[in-house]
Design a protein around this ligand. Structure first.
Ligand code: NAD
Ligand code: MG
Length: 378
């Protein structure tokens, strides 16, 4: 079968993506109904038949009982810790609470913590597991599309501080990632779309055939077609795994993963991280801006900008800054971009040439960036 069809896997078959990071490679298992097989999947990675599941209240209400049942059926004793949902949980206060509670559960260094939830839980529980007893194991069970295609892959963990997002953390790879596609059914559609923006990004930064596949399959992926979802998640994980394996600590190519993010972060910062705008929603508009910047620089064809914008629109997403809020201004956005850590070292990632060929450009003239912003605001 072609690399970009959904292949011949039966609907209920799981697919495995290997992440070959130096020293501590691991697998991502992607399939339907895996929460109910968690015990069997996790057991080989545990040194003893004991674990603690960390989740947020929303996810726990939906899936904790099934996860616990499956672990217990496999003979694994398991405690659970439930945190409030939301970005605010990635804090020192919650980290302190979580690490103390893990110690209350008498975890040992050879134990694994199971993070059941979206990127917030993965980042927080992952960070906790990297510092409790100087580093325990951890297993990710990502429950948002964003977490399945992005935050659970690559080993970045962390919390936020008053200085900004993700400024305290560690690189700590999981022992295993279990992505159950069926849990996406309960995800609010905005969250699903936000994760989809990161999926599109993988097409834009290196895989034109995948981008074309997404143009045909955005509906099935967002509508719950399991084979399409499995393909989208697996290709995305493979793409991120490949880049991360080449550049585990973000010295070079890993920066490509920030496509659309320089603009996206400026939009998020300008709107004040108050929940009006999800990260993936900002990335979608940011990717459209990045492609329009490439066109202005003569590095991409206008038709390609249209394809990028059309795909996000087909996913039901906003593609222009003026659709997000009428308070935004180009001046504000430029000021926020100047503060972004990725721009500080004069890096600006954008789409160039044909779709799939992103490249890191330095020293783009402010006037041209401003024109792109103005354009998106009208
Ligand atoms: P999230 O964890 O806050 O989840 C979004 C919302 O969906 C939450 O309210 C959650 O309770 C709910 N939810 C989760 N799964 C659900 C399900 N199956 N059904 C119904 N509701 C569900 O947000 P997210 O978008 O998953 O992750 C965002 C976080 O990820 C940010 O903090 C970001 O910094 C981080 N992140 C980290 C990396 C990394 O490499 N470590 C990469 C990208 C993003
Ligand atoms: Mg992102």
């Amino acid at each position: 079968t072609s690399d970009h069809g959904t292949g011949d896997l039966p609907q209920d078959m799981a697919e495995t993506v290997h992440v070959p990071v130096g020293g501590h490679p691991y697998d991502i298992v992607i399939g339907e109904g895996l929460i109910d097989r968690l015990g069997a999947l996790v057991r080989p990675h545990l040194a003893r038949a004991k674990t603690v599941i960390v989740s947020d209240a929303t996810v726990a209400d939906l899936y904790m009982e099934r996860a616990v049942n499956s672990l217990e059926k496999a003979g694994i004793a398991c405690g659970h810790i439930i945190l409030p949902p939301g970005e605010a949980s990635k804090s020192f206060a919650q980290l302190e609470q979580l690490t103390d509670t893990l110690l209350d559960h008498k975890v040992e260094r050879r134990d694994c913590i199971v993070a059941l939830g979206g990127g917030v839980i993965g980042d927080l529980a992952g960070f906790a597991s990297s510092i409790v007893l100087r580093g325990m194991g951890f297993i990710q069970v990502p429950t948002t599309l964003l977490a399945q295609v992005d935050s659970s892959v690559g080993g970045k963990t962390g919390i936020n501080t008053r200085h900004g997002k993700n400024l305290i953390g560690s690189f700590h790879q999981p022992r295993l990632v279990v992505s159950d596609l069926a849990v996406l059914d309960t995800l609010p559609s905005r969250e699903l779309q936000a994760g989809f923006a990161e999926v599109v990004k993988y097409g834009l930064i290196g895989d034109p055939a995948f981008f074309a596949w997404l143009e045909q399959n955005a509906g099935p992926v967002l509508g719950g077609d399991r084979a399409a979802q499995r393909h989208a998640v697996a290709v995305s994980c493979r793409a991120k795994a490949r880049i991360v394996a080449e550049d585990e600590r973000e010295n070079g190519r890993r920066a490509l993963l920030n496509l659309g993010h320089t603009f996206g972060h400026a939009l998020e910062a300008a709107l004040g991280y108050d929940g009006r705008l999800l990260h993936g929603e900002a990335v979608a508009v940011g990717c459209v801006m990045a492609s329009s910047l490439a066109a202005r620089l003569g590095l991409a064809h206008h038709d390609e900008c249209i394809r990028v914008e059309r795909l996000f629109a087909a996913a039901g997403m906003k593609t222009r800054a003026h659709q997000l809020a009428d308070t935004l201004s180009a001046g504000d956005l430029l000021a926020h971009m100047a503060q972004d850590k990725k721009v500080e070292n004069d890096r600006l990632v954008l789409i160039s040439g044909p779709i799939g060929d992103a490249r890191i450009l330095r020293g783009v003239e402010t006037d041209i960036v401003a024109a792109v912003l103005e354009d998106s605001l009208k």
